[in-house]
Design a binder for this molecule. Structure first.
Ligand SMILES: C=CC1=C(C)c2cc3[nH]c(cc4nc(cc5[nH]c(cc1n2)c(C)c5CCC(=O)O)C(CCC(=O)O)=C4C)c(C)c3C=C
Ligand code: FE2
Ligand code: FE2
Length: 345
């Protein structure tokens, strides 16, 4: 082929290729199977991420491989079994994220050159496999949506790291956008308020107070500059304002402590115990930092913390589900995506 013919054929190929926009929803990830083997594979990938465990030195590698990956998988597999979606044989985090992706696709279907997909930061479907699938469908622009309302290096930044890593290996990279954290977005605060009010209205009792429990992280990560705690406080303040509740009626706590370091406080489990011992009998817990129900909400809060509260004298415990793929939850995701797609659609 002559040089001119080669240029002409490349131009023709570029003109006929569909130019699409890919939207990729990303959540944390979860085991593929609810057994020790599946949980071990997942935990190894997760806990080897320097964004999650910042000190990946020899001591950590010994603890991880010598203790954690030997003991924790079997125990956690039992917890996953308690919440497993047996219909689809998958973890709820996957079921919900897929539903969010399907509903978002339907909600923006009038933009027929936009393709919506979903991925998990750890495990499957991987970010690499879904970016490959989107580019194969002609997406030369990509909007990545980390499904974390509050930014943290352990969640949002590691999604970005992985996206950048995948793009680093591509010759023809898509143009990239990433949605910002939405911790104080009025649509998000409104959705939380509507969801909490609807849940409370459906109950045969009214809680004396509501606890907003966020996933914790080591205090030292915040001390080094992670904005996560500030954003959790901002979400809770905005929610209090919107619902007309003071700090005594809508409390902020941090859950899921892991390891021996000091984590963000007050701890959710200790607060459950303290409140029950102080005479609180009816409580509601909401988890605004999770966009989808998962092990940390369905097992740790709705089962474990309910048990702690009742064991210490509490009588009524209600867990308010995450926004998931509910109408208010989908409004949040749709409006975030449409705003960040401006100029592309
Ligand atoms: C060890 C450090 C961890 C940090 C820091 C951390 C931050 C963090 N995590 C989430 C959201 C989720 N975490 C989930 C599970 C989970 N988290 C950790 C550890 C850290 N998380 C572990 C070891 C696990 C696995 C379960 C266990 O072994 O205890 C999940 C649930 C996944 C599921 O399969 O359902 C979510 C979601 C956020 C938002 C966050 C930010 C500070
Ligand atoms: Fe976590
Ligand atoms: Fe947990």
């Amino acid at each position: 082929m002559t040089a001119v013919a080669s240029i002409e054929s490349a131009k023709a190929a570029a003109e006929t290729r569909p130019q699409r926009v890919g939207v990729l929803l990303v959540n944390l990830g979860t085991p593929d199977t609810a057994d020790a083997r599946g949980v071990r594979v997942y935990l190894k990938e997760f806990l080897s991420d320097v964004r999650v465990i910042e000190d990946q030195g020899l001591l950590w590698k010994l603890i991880l491989n010598g203790i954690i990956l030997r003991v924790r998988p079997a125990r956690k597999a039992r917890d996953y079994l308690k919440i497993w979606n047996t219909e689809n044989n998958e973890s709820p985090l996957k079921t919900v994220t897929r539903a969010q992706s399907d509903k978002l696709a339907a909600a923006i279907a009038d933009h027929d050159h936009v393709v919506v997909d979903w991925a998990m930061r750890y495990g499957n479907p991987s970010i690499a496999s879904r970016i490959e699938a989107l580019t194969a469908q002609g997406c030369d622009r990509l909007l990545v949506v980390p499904l974390y309302p509050q930014y943290s290096a352990a969640t949002t930044a590691t999604v970005c790291d992985e996206v950048f890593r995948v793009l680093a290996s591509m010759r023809a990279q898509p143009t990239l956008r990433i949605t910002p954290p939405y911790y104080d977005d009025p649509d998000y605060i409104e959705a939380l308020a509507v969801s909490i009010s609807a849940h409370l209205a459906s109950l045969p009792f009214q809680p004396e107070l509501i606890v907003a429990s966020f996933h914790g992280m080591p205090q030292k990560y915040v001390d080094k500059g992670d904005p996560y705690q500030v954003q959790c406080i901002a979400t809770t303040d905005a929610l209090r304002k919107r619902m007309g509740l003071d700090a005594g009626k809508l409390m902020l706590t941090f859950q899921s402590r892991f390891g021996f370091d000091e984590w963000l406080q007050p701890y959710t489990d200790k607060t459950m115990e303290k409140l029950a011992k102080e005479g609180v009998r009816r409580i509601a817990v909401v988890t605004p930092g999770f966009s989808a129900d998962c092990l940390e909400t369905l097992e740790e809060i709705a089962q474990e913390n309910a048990e702690i509260f009742k064991h210490n004298g509490g009588e009524q415990f209600t867990f308010i589900p995450c926004l998931n793929d509910s109408d208010p939850g989908m409004d949040v995701i749709r409006q975030l995506v449409l705003r960040e797609l401006q100029g592309w659609i």
